[in-house]
Design a protein around this ligand. Structure first.
Ligand code: ADP
Ligand code: MG
Ligand code: MG
Length: 883
């Protein structure tokens, strides 16, 4: 097999379509070279090599060594420089690049090919000794960190000392001799820590770096990132080896990163940062504060140092042309890395830019208007999960704000929480249920778990493209970065702004849309759903086949869901209504009653309450189907918790506390989830379901009478395993319906059906469909009962199961399509065989998960049902599934 693919100098062995083989970076470098953009020549070692590297005990087959040597020859031929040459040395970068971008998670080495001999050659060839020694010290530091795994703190400290000794404040003040001296110190550090001198053989350097980059695929932080982002471990990374171009060759050189549109708002403006006389890493690492790309952005921020547009107008104009060309070529917003070497522009990377949900919406809608993409394409462009960011509350503009300071609006949304200063504490306190704001000088990939646990992130340093900003936008966490007036004292666990102090545990609020940092918690309001959202939803609804309902039982939730476009209720859980403080005593009385008569007395008290619940829901959902699940949980969940509660029930029921306690003890179950619950309650105590059915029909008839628009109740019997169970329950329901209709002198349409949440029910779906008019797949329980895994206890081991690749994702979050999915397919098929027009839906948590929705489309279900805030997500996911 071929492992090495060249690009640059008129050849491109690959292109944008080869991301799985060449990684995103490699594929796009080849693509940019192919369309004639200035890309330094290089080659990509494919992701196939990554798997092989691990199979062969982290080593390389000889055939690859030969291919890499040929690749180096290609770069040498194009550049006219030679690798390891004393006169005109070729330097390369060795860069990681997986199929999808994993910002900062894997390693890169720059300036490789420098040693004590070639550094002199580089100085002569460039006529700039300072640049040559600056590059060499950068190389030793990076190589020691990434490849040799030495303690980078020691190198940073040595640099600080060197600057102090020379009385310099900035890196740019250092002279050639200063850098040369530092190189001496660095080499000493390497020998001291590594026990051997810094490698002088450029081929050893190259293979060391290639091995380290492949090795970084399995680093802890890369694994965590993959887990959080559902990236399979077997994809592997590619390695790109590319001729260096130098942004650190003085005042006519620079490096920068840019987005072709604003990734935060989606506005159509170039957006980015650059630094004169610097190398790529300097911009993201926050070592120096980067400058604005455009004059408009600089002026808006009231900043002084010249923007690139002003400082290098010709190169900027060329860059702007490249931006437009890339957008037209890829038909998407691009995130770009570039370097200017002595006035000449070089492109180092392009990819589809990460963006906030707000930006994704705006860009998709704008691009339809610009004629770049069609409506269906726009529907596919927005990640349904990301909509979540838009649907949640933002800060109340009318609420007073005690603004402490202001940083950059790096990722939108608002968050309040207690201040913590490190990732581990963030994780710990978040696990205790606290809302935390992670406050750091700047974040690094090691902080990723803490950023995930936090509600929001605040940093003192770093720009809009810093690690914190990029990762926060990706995770949908609000972030304020570069709040420069923040003085963090992490030892004392506090930060100061002027003369005000905020300690760990104090509450602050950050506004990622304005960059404001406030003391205390600021109240929030529901967001206005903007025009872009509406436009996209119209396009989505046009193409989707699946209906979208909601899981809701309170009038407030029903209303929210309807506003978000729900087309009915897929699951109304009646037990939630039982917990209401005003009626819990009656519920307890019903449960603890020792005979039918006692139960009926309590049920009579509950009937008007339930009827009122259903009336309110039917009014909101007029004309739409409403699936109501009869009582499902084991009775003991409602039991009194303490003496006073027992006394309340005793008084209401007119029996002694001791009797009640004995009865409560009898209700104890070892395995309640598989116990006396679901339709088993209805089989043993039919009067409970009878009361619920009566409440439903009385409410439905009353609403039909008042509004003229009858609701369509779908009465759902839970936890059915056999046809006979459903038959018995249907008799109770139908009998009650007839009684109510006779009393009211008016009929309404209704259906009786069941949840499919036990494997036996799925297998016997043909028989069950002879009785039930609809199936709703209760995938929470169906997953639990099919896997034999308790969903309430599974989190302890499920993470390990996902890490070890046993499940691709948590099966309670994303449907186990292969196992549970097969049961659903089978039940759908058998159900349709006996009842052709059977209604099929899904009402588990999975109903709001895009991957599971795609499965429902494929399985031909009629609808999915999701929690109210996930309704728009489900509408969009259903549209994408249909395309
Ligand atoms: P990451 O994926 O973390 O961004 P990259 O491989 O893109 O890592 O490289 C890190 C930095 O080094 C980037 O700013 C990039 O532009 C710069 N860089 C990479 N290769 C070269 C090169 N051949 N010449 C100049 N700068 C480079
Ligand atoms: Mg990069
Ligand atoms: Mg269930």
């Amino acid at each position: 097999t071929k492992y090495v693919y060249r690009f640059g100098g008129g050849v491109s062995d690959g292109g944008a379509g080869d991301k799985s083989l060449l990684g995103g970076k490699g594929a796009n470098l080849a693509e940019m070279a192919a369309i004639g953009l200035p890309v330094p020549p290089g080659f990509t070692i494919s992701t196939a090599m990554c798997a092989r590297f691990y199979e062969e005990g982290e080593s390389f087959p000889d055939s690859v060594k030969a291919e890499v040597a040929a690749g180096i020859d290609h770069i040498a031929a194009v550049t006219g420089k030679r690798f390891g040459d004393a006169e005109n040395p070729l330097l390369v970068s060795v860069r990681s690049g997986a199929r999808v971008s994993m910002p900062g998670m894997m390693d890169t080495v720059l300036n490789l090919g420098l040693n004590d001999v070639t550094v002199a050659g580089l100085a002569r060839a460039s006529g700039d000794a300072r640049f040559a020694w600056d590059s060499y010290r950068r190389f030793i530091q990076m190589y020691s960190d990434v490849v040799l795994g030495l303690d980078h703190g020691a190198f940073e400290e040595a640099l600080e000392i060197a600057k102090e000794d020379q009385g310099h404040f900035l890196d740019t003040d250092m002279t050639a001799a200063d850098w040369e001296r530092l190189v001496g110190v660095y080499k000493g550090l390497v020998e001291e820590q590594w026990g051997r001198p810094f490698p002088q053989d450029v081929h050893d350097q190259l293979w060391g770096a290639i091995g380290a980059v492949f090795g970084s695929w399995q680093s802890e932080r890369a694994k965590v990132y993959r887990r959080l982002n559902d990236i399979p471990g077997d994809w592997g990374t590619a390695v790109n080896v590319q001729a260096m171009v130098f942004g650190n060759m003085g005042e006519t050189s620079a490096t920068g990163v840019a987005f072709t549109r604003n990734p935060s708002t989606g506005e159509r403006v170039y957006y980015g940062e650059y630094l004169i006389n610097a190398q790529g890493e300097d911009v993201v690492a926050g070592i120096r504060t980067p400058q604005y790309l455009t004059r408009a952005a600089r002026e808006a921020a009231g900043a002084r140092p010249l923007s690139m547009e002003e400082a290098m107008p010709d190169t900027y104009a060329e860059l702007a042309q490249v931006f437009d060309l890339l957008e037209r070529h890829y038909r998407d917003m691009q995130d770009i890395e570039f370097t200017v070497e002595r006035g000449k522009l070089w492109m180092l990377q392009t990819r589809s830019g990460k963006r906030t949900a707000k930006a994704a919406l705006r860009i998709a809608v704008d691009m339809v208007a610009e004629g770049l993409i069609g409506e269906s394409e726009a529907v596919l462009r927005v990640d349904p999960q990301a909509l979540d960011q838009l649907l949640h509350p933002t800060l109340d503009p009318a609420a007073p704000r005690d603004v402490l300071t202001k940083g950059l609006p790096a990722s939108p949304g608002a968050a309040s929480g207690i201040v913590v200063f490190d990732a581990d504490t963030a994780e710990k306190r978040a696990e205790l249920g606290e809302a935390v704001i992670l406050v750091r000088v700047e974040t690094s990939p090691e902080d990723i778990h803490g950023m995930h646990a936090a509600r929001g992130i605040l940093t003192a340093r770093g720009g809009m493209t810093s690690h914190a900003a990029v990762v926060a936008r990706g995770m949908g966490r609000p972030c304020v970065s570069g709040a420069g007036t923040l003085a963090i004292d992490s030892k004392a666990r506090l930060f100061r702004v002027g003369d005000r102090t905020v300690s760990e545990g104090d509450v602050i609020t950050i506004d990622g849309a304005t960059g404001e940092v406030m003391v205390g918690a600021v109240p929030t309001v529901q967001p206005e759903l903007a025009g872009d959202f509406g436009a996209l939803m119209v396009w989505a609804d046009r193409v989707r086949r699946l209906k979208v309902r909601t899981n809701a039982e309170t009038p407030a939730d029903c209303r929210t869901a309807r506003d978000f476009g729900a087309e009915g209720i897929g699951l109304c859980r009646t037990e939630h209504m039982f917990f209401d403080a005003a009626r819990i005593t009656a519920v307890r009385q019903m449960i603890l009653a020792s005979d039918e008569q006692g139960r009926r007395a309590a049920l009579d008290r509950l009937l008007p309450e339930q009827r009122a619940d259903f009336t309110a829901i039917f009014e909101i959902m007029a004309g739409l189907p409403v699936t109501i699940r009869l009582l499902d949980p084991p009775l003991h969940e409602f039991l009194p918790h303490n003496e006073a509660e027992f006394e309340d029930v005793a008084a209401a029921a007119g029996v002694g506390v001791e009797v009640l306690k004995r009865r409560a003890a009898e209700l104890h179950e070892f395995n309640p989830m598989l116990g006396h619950r679901g339709c088993r309650l209805g089989v043993t105590y039919p009067e409970i379901y009878e009361m619920q059915a009566r409440a439903i029909f009385e409410a439905a008839v009353a609403v039909a009478e008042q509004s003229g628009e009858a609701p369509i109740p779908e009465v759902m019997v839970p936890l059915v395993a056999t046809r006979r169970e459903l038959e018995l329950m249907k008799e109770v329901i139908d009998r009650t319906a007839e009684a109510v209709f006779a009393e009211a002198g008016r009929r309404i349409d209704y259906l009786v059906g069941t949840m499919i949440e036990l494997p036996r029910a799925a297998l016997k779906a043909g028989e069950i469909a002879e009785v039930g008019a609809f199936f709703s797949f209760g995938t929470n329980d169906l997953t639990q009962t099919t896997l034999g895994v308790s969903r309430d206890d599974a989190s302890r081991f499920l993470t390990a199961y996902v890490d070890k690749g046993i499940f691709p994702r948590d099966p309670f979050v994303s449907l186990d399509v292969e196992g549970v999915g097969e049961l659903i397919r089978l039940a759908a098929e058998r159900g349709r065989a006996t009842r052709a027009d059977i209604k099929l839906g899904i009402c588990g948590e999975h109903g709001g998960d895009p991957a599971s929705i795609a499965f429902c489309e494929e399985a031909g279900l009629d609808y999915v049902s999701a929690s109210p805030y996930r309704v728009p997500i489900a509408r969009l996911a259903a549209a994408q599934a249909a395309l």
